[in-house]
Write a protein that binds this ligand. Sequence first.
Ligand SMILES: [Zn+2]
Length: 264
Amino acid sequence: MRRWRSLGVVVGLLAAGCAAPGWRDVVFQTSTIDALLAGVYDGDLECGRLRDHGDLGIGTFDGLDGEMVLLDGVVYQVRADGKVYRPEPSMRTPFATVCRFEPQSSFDISAGSDFAVVQKLIDDVMPNQNIFIAIRITGRFHSMRTRSVPRQSRPYPPLHQVTQHQPEFEMRDVSGTIVGFRSPAYVKGINVPGYHLHFITDDRSRGGHILSLEVAAARCEVDPLYRFFLRLPESDTGFAETDLTRDRSRELQDVELGRDRPNY
Ligand SMILES: [Zn+2]
């Protein structure tokens, strides 16, 4: 009886520990970018569970069915038709990165800034390239070019083949929010080194994975993250049988640049 009481105390302390300050500033990720590049598209973590780990993030859905935007704790799905859907909490994801967003700095971004300038401004404010940065940019954009990915069926092709036919969307004079991360170079193979940002309009009707943009007026908030929690697929998604030994950097570059990428 005494043993059980002791155990109860330990469990209680652990439960309290989860809410302690030591667990803040965490990047929570499920699966790896190389697994996604290799075609592990079967989701195994429910989107509803993602919200246990954060209120801001990006990812994709079961079968590679669109781009995920997690904003203010709400999961949005930008599908290949360019429209935004609200998936059920039971919808599963094969790859997602989220955090509890607590901005530590913010600054304005002036009109005419393109994607490269936005990245440079964040680098100036957050010069430590060896940590993760969560990013939220709200404002108006002269232009926003995004893409999504169409739902795939088995046998799944690798991601760089899917994105050769990706639908891209041009938006003009649009208001909305950018969310995503800057990840350190050393996460190559696990996540996307550098910037990976998704967009959703204020009216929650359009969005996607950002390829290029031009700011009209925007405010950027950033949150440095010093802890990284990687969860790996447990269920039968093909993850276990996938060869993750080789370097897929060029495939990733191909996927990130969109249809304008050089051929090789
Ligand atoms: Zn993306």
